[in-house]
Design a protein around this ligand. Structure first.
Ligand SMILES: [Zn+2]
Length: 331
């Protein structure tokens, strides 16, 4: 699973890369949030040894978030009129689960209560972040290109299969274990940096990545539907959907060379009609009308008077629901 993030470097990498066996970092923005999860070195060592690039356009915004005690966030992208804006959803340090309700809280008051509002999310990439005001960051969204990722992996798998390999060596035990990295074995090959890697390990990693790509949309949907708790947070971290504010303060390596700045993984909010709420409102309106008929009849001892009051109540409820639905559609 940890290698999944390596995939998105594909555009910059050579066609048949041995994705480095110890998972060491190749500089690219997509790993922006990953440094805290890296198994190689504790974060403070990383911070000391790290050479910073140019401050990013959202450096000040991220600094503010860090001063407010936040470390990591999930980025949400939403359409407002003809523009796309992104908002950060800081991760709570108390480990509480995050769900669609938290996403709705990021929207405006009206969007939170409107009948036409957030129904779910979809994974995307955003780039060209720019700060419009203190609270508004605009960005350009791009869809995840799953077919290209799969095609790239297939190509890499084919290239690895074409190499000579000892099929009976470097297998996996029944417990899923294999020989360690960095040792000479029957399938050792050398990459362009002259670093040794095991071809059998490499092939398995590529196949695993292809599976992970296949599962990614369903897994993300599963976690969002069930609320993102500890396990979900781990998954989002590994797949690069959690970014650290600290890393976002700087454009480094390829991002610094890219005129459009950072590319960040985010979730696009998908809006739609809340039909259930609408039906509940209609049911509540009818219930109120029936209650009005009953009360008016009991008070005036006249069924016709009760019926007249009830029909007014029903008309009023219908008009209110119609206005609310209209406003939901246009705002
Ligand atoms: Zn081996």
């Amino acid at each position: 699973m940890t290698e999944l993030t390596n995939l998105y470097r594909l555009a910059e990498q050579q066609p048949t890369p041995p994705l480095d066996s110890n998972g060491s970092e190749t500089p690219h923005s997509i790993d922006a949030g990953q440094h805290n999860h890296g198994p190689q070195e504790p974060p403070f060592v990383w911070a000391l040894s790290r050479e910073r690039g140019h401050p990013s356009v959202i450096a000040e915004y991220c600094q503010q978030a860090i001063e407010n005690g936040h470390e990591e966030c999930i980025w949400l992208c939403m359409k407002r009129g003809r523009r796309f804006i992104v908002k950060d959803l800081p991760l709570k340090t108390d480990g509480k689960s995050i769900g669609l309700y938290d996403i709705r809280k990021q929207c405006s008051w009206w969007k939170r209560h409107s009948l036409y509002s957030v129904l779910g999310v979809k994974e995307i990439l955003v780039s060209s972040l720019h700060l419009k005001s203190r609270q508004e960051i605009r960005a350009v969204p791009m869809e995840f290109d799953y077919p290209s990722l799969t095609a790239y992996l297939n190509k890499s798998i084919e290239a690895t299969l074409e190499q000579d390999m000892e099929p009976l060596e470097c297998g996996v035990t029944v417990k899923g274990e294999s020989h360690g990295d960095g040792i000479e074995c029957a399938n050792t090959a050398y990459d362009i940096l002259n670093q040794g890697y095991c071809k059998a390990h490499h092939l398995r990693k590529l196949e695993l990545q292809r599976d992970e790509i296949k599962w990614l949309p369903s897994m993300l949907e599963f976690y969002w539907q069930n609320g993102i708790a500890e396990e979900g947070r781990k998954f989002l971290g590994i797949t690069g959907f959690i970014t650290s504010y600290d890393a976002l303060r700087f454009n480094e390596y390829l991002d610094a060379a890219n005129p459009y700045g950072k590319m960040v993984r985010a979730f696009m909010l998908i809006e739609g009609w809340h039909v259930r709420y609408l039906l509940l409102l209609i049911a509540a309106g009818l219930f109120c009308s029936i209650c009005t008929i009953a009360v008016s009849t009991a008070v005036s001892h006249n069924f016709e008077t009760g019926l007249t009051a009830g029909s007014y109540a029903c008309g009023l409820a219908t008009a209110l629901i119609a206005v609310f639905t209209f406003l939901s559609a246009v705002l």
